[in-house]
Structures are given as structure tokens and as C-alpha cells.
Design a protein around this ligand. Structure first.
Ligand SMILES: [Zn+2]
Length: 263
């Protein structure tokens, strides 16, 4: 069972600081609206029915591999323009909320979260306070982050949240265990993989990260489950040996592709 999840953050019109967390580190992940629209156009070319929504059972069709749009942090841009742009194509997204920030400047209000939910988008937890180095927290603190966020989303939506995404990509088995203990059944991390894994009742899904400068063509390649772009995110230079083993010709064309993209 495979799936391709894309990890987006905010979609902004000029002022990156208007939505989500402020600062240069966060801005790297905020796409200009025109670029995001172009991403959607490219991905639409992959055909009907590819973009899907999570089901509680986390059962996906085998072919074609489903594409899931996820958006972290709960910046106010999720409501406008992100959700509207997805809806214009008949698609829905997964929005992961930092519950401590709900209603604060630059972040979604409870009403906007309810509205997204009513319009068919998926709402999940991105922890309560988005602590730095989530995987380094004590067990009690991790559990509190997941539980408190789940409680608040439950109050907002009138039903318990069952999916979550790990803040900052600080994933560990302990982080997953805490999410499981807090009652979630789906956990997104930021591992660039299409492989779905399981820990007890918890299904763990990787995601391919999208940055401000990610081109529509690269987003489409990731969504199409092309080998080379996904390999570029998956392999560090230290781990290039397996590719070399596959064969000289394939390795050379990967290297050509990689350098072209890196320049
Ligand atoms: Zn985040």
C-alpha cells in the first residue's frame, strides 16, 4: 500500500508574515499563490481521481497511487486562498492545526476551522504548542501536546480528531507511541517516503516537503511518484550507494537529473 502525501504550509499573496509562523525559517515553506495554483494545474494533469482524502481505515487504492495534500501549522491562509483553490478543482486538503495558536493573528480562528471542516476538508492536530525538537521532549510533555490538541479540536469540531502531523519533522518511535496513546490512528511525519507503516492501531505516513521555490514541475514529479525526484529527497549523499548498486546507467542519469535540479 502506497500513497504520496505532499507537505505544504501557507499559500500567501506577497506578505509571507501575514499567515502562519513569522520569520525567515518559516518563510522558506510559504508559497506564492500563483506558484501554488501552478502546482495544482500540473498535478491535475495526472488525471481524475488521484487526489484523495484520508479515511479512518487508512486504506488506499493500489493504483493509481493516491495523492494527499497536507498543510501544516494552521495559518490563516488555509481558509483563503488555499481551501478555495483546492475546491475549485473538486479537491479537499488536510489541515494540521497548532491548537495553542487558534484565533491568534495570522492563524485560523475556531470558526474558520469549523468552516473548513463543514466544506469537507480534513482537520487534524499539529501538536498544541509546536515545540522545538518534539522528539526530545519528555514522554509526559509529548503526551500532553497530543492530548491537549486533540481535546481542543474535539471542542471546536464536536468530534474527536483522529489524525496528526509531527511538528518540525522531529519524528521518533516515541513520538508515534505518544500519538497512539493520545488516541490518534493516523500520523504524518516528514520522512520522504510513499511507504505506509503501522504501529499498533496507528498508521504512519511519510510526506514529501514542498518549499517556496519548489517548481510546479517538481511538485508534479513528486505527485506522479517518479523515481528520480523522490530519490533525490530520500537519499543523502551518504546513502547513494544503493543507487550505484542498481547500475551505472541508472546512476548516471540520476546524477545528471539531480545536478540539473540542484543548479
Ligand atoms: Zn509546523
Amino acid at each position: 500500500m502506497k500513497q504520496i502525501s505532499l507537505l505544504y504550509h501557507d499559500v500567501v499573496r506577497g506578505h509571507a508574515s501575514a499567515s502562519g509562523f513569522p520569520g525567515a525559517d518559516a518563510d522558506i515553506y510559504k508559497l506564492e499563490e500563483a506558484n501554488f495554483s501552478a502546482h495544482l494545474s500540473q498535478i491535475a494533469k495526472l488525471g481524475e481521481g488521484r487526489v484523495q482524502l484520508l479515511k479512518k481505515s487508512a486504506e488506499f487504492q493500489a493504483q493509481p497511487i493516491p495523492i494527499l495534500f497536507t498543510f501544516d501549522d494552521g495559518g490563516v491562509s488555509a481558509h483563503e486562498p488555499t481551501a478555495s483553490l483546492l475546491e475549485a478543482r473538486g479537491w479537499r486538503g488536510h489541515f494540521y492545526i497548532v491548537t495553542e495558536r487558534v484565533g491568534q493573528p495570522g492563524f485560523l480562528s475556531a470558526d474558520q476551522i469549523r468552516d473548513l471542516h463543514r466544506r469537507g476538508h480534513h482537520i487534524g492536530s499539529h501538536s498544541h504548542s509546536h515545540p522545538a525538537g518534539f522528539s526530545t521532549l519528555t514522554w509526559e510533555k509529548m503526551l500532553h501536546e497530543w492530548k491537549e490538541s486533540r481535546r481542543i479540536l474535539g471542542e471546536i469540531l464536536g468530534e474527536p480528531a483522529w489524525s496528526a502531523s509531527v511538528p518540525g519533522g522531529f519524528y521518533s518511535r516515541e513520538v508515534a507511541r505518544a500519538a497512539h496513546e493520545a488516541g490518534y490512528t493516523i500520523l504524518f511525519n516528514s520522512e520522504p517516503t510513499a511507504v505506509v507503516s503501522q504501529m499498533g492501531r496507528l498508521t504512519i505516513l511519510g510526506r514529501y516537503g514542498i518549499q517556496r521555490q519548489t517548481s510546479p514541475e517538481l511538485a508534479q514529479s513528486l505527485a506522479r511518484a517518479d523515481f528520480f525526484p523522490r530519490a533525490a529527497q530520500s537519499f543523502t549523499w551518504n546513502a547513494k550507494k544503493p543507487l550505484k548498486k542498481i547500475g551505472g546507467k541508472l546512476w548516471l542519469s540520476f546524477r545528471r537529473w539531480f545536478f540539473k535540479k540542484s543548479n
